[in-house]
Design a protein around this ligand. Structure first.
Ligand code: SAM
Length: 287
């Protein structure tokens, strides 16, 4: 009986061709077949690196037939590299169904580390990286997008999204409306390319930069929204207000505690709320 081949998940550059890895080239040159999202696009890349291997198309929406053929070849002992147009396959790119089926059939799947817009953006954003979520592309419609932003009102971790250049202005306007212009945020544009740009440090600054220069609304972009804990850590109270809020926030939902705290201390409820949120990151379900 033939031993099954290996399905390799191979990242490709997100702009700068020098970001291909030695191992990626080695694998691409050694496999029997390369499955790509867009074979014409990938052919140019492979040609640049002197990789001359048969190419076939793979999309998750055509997965049944395309996947079946690939799985059959893998089970017959051939090795296949899966690549996408750019970056790490499966990360908002095709491949999930194929990987799942391969695993179900006992076929070895090996992922190579490499270029990823998400991690490249996050690692140089200056936002907290100890905890983050990545949620792919933001919804195209304003209502759904606002709902996505609403889920971040009390989030104490960094949130990473892909956003389209056609929607970025409207998207940032929604974010400002829901989260406030002072919320920490960074927009990373055209990473690893000639016009790589970083906008921030908050939503208001990004909105201003996008409004002032239409070039900032072009290209590929990653939007990162800072966590509320980190954005608002700077809030400090005098000892009297702190004592009052410590007691109230223990006993009441944070919003209610802030409202009552304002009446007792005279300090604005927004400030009290922010203070409570920053010192009690796990107690915010009510807000
Ligand atoms: N799998 C890819 C990865 O790992 O980077 C992401 C694919 S997703 C279909 C494409 C989106 O990634 C773009 O619309 C953009 O939001 C982001 N992106 C890709 N390349 C980028 C770059 N050079 N700079 C900024 N964002 C980029």
């Amino acid at each position: 009986m033939t031993n099954p081949g290996v399905l390799y998940i191979v990242p490709t550059p997100i702009g700068n061709l020098d970001d291909i890895t030695l191992r990626a080239l080695q694998v691409l040159k050694s496999v029997d077949l390369i499955a790509a999202e867009d074979t014409r696009h990938s052919q140019k890349l492979l040609h640049h690196f002197g990789v001359d291997k048969p190419l076939t198309t793979y999309h998750d929406h055509g997965a049944e037939l395309q996947g079946e053929k690939l799985l059959q070849r893998l089970s017959q002992g051939e090795s296949i590299a899966l690549i996408s147009d750019a970056g790490t396959p499966l990360i908002s790119d095709p491949g999930y169904r194929l990987v799942r089926q391969a695993r179900e059939q006992g076929i070895a799947v090996t992922a190579l580390p490499g270029a990823s817009a998400t991690l490249t953006a996050l690692s140089a954003s200056g936002l907290a990286t100890d905890r983050f979520t990545f949620a792919g592309f933001l919804p195209a419609k304003s209502q759904a997008r606002k709902a996505a932003y609403e889920s971040l009102v009390n989030a104490d971790y960094t949130s990473v999204y892909f956003e389209s250049p056609h929607r970025i202005e409207a998207s940032i306007a929604d974010a400002v409306e829901v989260l406030g212009g002072e919320r920490q945020a960074v927009l990373a544009r055209e990473l690893t390319k000639t016009f790589e740009t970083w906008l921030g440090p908050d939503l208001e600054s990004i909105q201003r930069a996008l409004g002032e220069d239409s070039n900032q609304r072009r290209g590929e972009m990653v939007l990162m929204i800072g966590g509320v804990e980190h954005a608002e850590k700077a809030v400090s109270l005098d000892s009297e207000a702190e004592k009052v809020m410590s007691v109230l926030a223990q006993e009441l939902p944070t919003k209610q505690a802030a409202r009552l705290g304002e009446k007792i201390t005279g300090v604005a409820k927004k400030v009290l709320y922010q203070w409570a949120v920053s010192v009690q990151p796990d107690d915010r379900s009510d807000a």
